[in-house]
Structures are given as structure tokens and as C-alpha cells.
Design a protein around this ligand. Structure first.
Ligand SMILES: [Zn+2]
Length: 336
């Protein structure tokens, strides 16, 4: 299968075996976001080249795409970083490549990849939480991706954790994403950096607290990744910023442990790369807050697959969904 990871800045494509192994190199191309038409045209061009370069018998295409996906109809309903609305992307790709095609949400396909060949390999009940600029989620229950009625289940980042006024990117308020994302880490770090000017940690002593964060701020580099690097180096203010975000990650984990009683919650994305620095306090809080035995049962592990998770996961969805269906019932299969 061709596995395709469609992001707001780049498209990644690779040929993936039934066992989830990438054959050859994953290839990258910039995403054309100038218009819906140009986006589809350039994507199809990239996929045709990838198809023609595959040494072997291609069975189909799996597309993983950021945004709200209508799974049944193969439509990108909307996507924050792509110029498309109600775009029937699955059938357009199937027709252009003459290959059966599936289309799913990028967080869903990453969850399936971690459950099949990643951190949760072989487990039946797995939740994936992706802590990036926003917070994404994917749900694997009884060994299958859970998509809900419209294919839009798993919006774990937009579960509401506060009744307050803090606005979310989604246009609503109080979502987990507001407090437990890379964006949240930057906001907290900015607040703590301001304490360097105010004379430290509140004791009035000029003890250097927040100074390194403040220097980042003045250089315009106060980004989640840089804050994380400082925290890993042991800077106290940066560690405090990570700890504040970790508490909210823990709140999310406790909720998901209570709702799903999973064997494992896999944490990925930029914040997930901070490893135990964020996972350890978050896991501890989950154990305290979740109802027994849910909090004890759920392991919390960092994602294993890294940047190729999207490509591998999209292909695995295609393998599982196309492989078990009769050819006539395959999305795009009638065009093959
Ligand atoms: Zn939201």
C-alpha cells in the first residue's frame, strides 16, 4: 500500500508492507495550499510519481489527513491548515491513480500504527494522545479503530476540562488543548519569563529565575521545543512551565483512563518527545485522579514510531480496510 501523510506544510509518501514495514525511502513534497484545486492536483501528481516508483504490486492507497474526516464518504469536511472544505479526496485520488483508496484522520492512523507496530504493539485497547501545537487523539478499542457515527470520534484535545473563558483554536472554550499543548507550554513559559524582570520567583531575590526563558523571549525563540530543551538542561523556570502543562496532561489521562479503561495510553507529538520529564508527573497524577482500577491498569508510554507514524498508519488502515472487503465494495474499487 502507499501510505500518505498529508500535513499543512508537507506530504509524506511511502510504500508499506502488510507488516507495516516501509519499503525504500519515505518521500516528502511541499503541500500546495494556494487553492483547493491546486492542493488536489499537486497531491495527485506526487502520488502518481510515488506509484510509478514502487517496485512491486501496489494494492491501494491509504491517506491520513489532518482535520475533520467523513470516513464513510471519504471526504475532508474541513482542515485547519488545508484550503479544502467538503472535499471528496478519497474518490478523486482513487480515480486518478486507479487504485482503491481510504481516507482517515491523521491522529487515527497514528493510533493504529502505534497499536500494531509501535509502543502498544499487540494490545487491544489503546488510546493515543498527540501533544503538538494542538492536541490530537485516536481510539483503538477491541483491536479496531473507533470512529463513531461520522468518523469524527477521538477529538480528545477538545474534551472540555475547564468551564472558564480560555478560547481554543476550535472556536470553543476550556478544551484540554488550551492547557496541555505545545502552545500552552509557550504561554506558561512567557508568563514565567516575565518573572525574571520582576525579580525572580516572588521572594524578591534576583536568583536568575526565568532569566533563560526571558532571553529566549527577547530573541523571539520562546517556542515549545526550546522551552523543553531548557527544561531538560535543568532550568528551574522551564521545568516549572513543563510541570504546569504536565498537570493538565495528567487530567486528560485520568479522564481517558476512566472513559476507556485502556491497557495503554501512548503519548506522541512534540511535547511527547520530552519523555519522562512530562510523562512521569502526568502518569502520577492520572493514578491519583482516575477511579481504581482504571488508573493502575493504564500504562502511559511515549510514542515509538516518530515521523513515519503517519505514513505507516495510513497504509495499515488501507491494508486492514481494503484487505477484508470484496473488491466491489472497496472505496474506489469499481474504478480499478
Ligand atoms: Zn477546542
Amino acid at each position: 500500500m502507499l501510505g500518505v501523510d498529508i500535513g499543512g506544510t508537507k506530504v509524506a509518501v511511502g510504500a508499506v508492507t502488510r507488516k507495516g514495514e516501509v519499503r525504500g525511502e519515505v518521500q516528502f513534497a511541499p503541500t500546495d495550499t494556494s487553492s483547493a484545486q491546486d492542493f488536489v492536483r499537486s497531491l495527485v501528481e506526487v502520488l502518481r510519481q510515488a506509484r510509478d516508483g514502487v517496485d512491486g504490486d501496489l494494492q491501494g492507497v491509504g491517506l491520513g489527513c489532518a482535520g475533520t474526516i467523513d470516513w464513510e464518504r471519504g471526504i475532508v469536511v474541513e482542515s485547519p491548515n488545508l484550503p479544502v472544505k467538503n472535499e471528496p479526496l478519497r474518490d478523486k485520488v482513487a480515480e486518478a491513480l486507479s487504485l482503491p483508496t481510504v481516507l482517515d484522520n491523521d491522529a487515527n492512523v497514528a493510533a493504529l500504527a502505534e497499536a500494531r507496530v509501535g509502543a502498544a504493539r499487540g494490545l487491544e485497547h489503546v488510546i493515543m494522545l498527540t501533544l503538538g501545537t494542538g492536541v490530537g487523539g485516536g481510539i483503538v478499542l477491541n483491536g479496531r479503530l473507533y470512529r463513531g457515527v461520522n468518523g469524527s470520534a477521538g477529538e480528545l484535545g477538545h474534551t472540555i476540562v475547564m468551564g472558564g473563558d480560555d478560547p481554543c483554536q476550535c472556536g470553543r472554550r476550556g478544551c484540554l488543548e488550551v492547557y496541555a499543548s505545545g502552545t500552552a507550554l509557550e504561554r506558561v513559559a512567557r508568563r514565567l519569563a516575565a518573572q525574571a524582570d520582576a525579580g525572580g520567583d516572588g521572594t524578591g531575590a534576583s536568583n536568575g529565575y526565568g532569566r533563560a526563558l526571558n532571553e529566549l523571549r527577547e530573541r523571539g525563540q520562546l517556542e515549545g521545543e526550546e522551552v523543553g530543551r531548557l527544561a531538560l538542561e535543568g532550568d528551574q523556570a522551564a521545568r516549572d512551565a513543563v510541570a504546569e502543562v504536565a498537570r493538565w496532561v495528567g487530567v486528560g489521562l485520568a479522564n481517558f483512563a476512566n472513559i476507556f479503561n485502556p491497557q495503554m495510553i501512548v503519548v506522541g507529538g512534540g511535547l511527547g518527545n520530552l519523555g519522562e520529564l512530562i510523562l512521569s508527573p502526568a502518569r502520577e497524577l492520572m493514578r491519583q485522579m482516575a477511579i481504581a482500577p482504571n488508573g493502575e491498569t493504564a500504562q502511559v508510554k511515549p510514542a515509538q514510531l516518530g515521523p513515519e507514524a503517519g505514513v505507516v498508519g495510513a497504509a495499515l488502515v488501507a491494508w486492514e480496510e481494503l484487505g477484508v472487503m470484496e473488491p466491489a465494495a472497496r472505496p474506489g474499487g469499481d474504478l480499478h
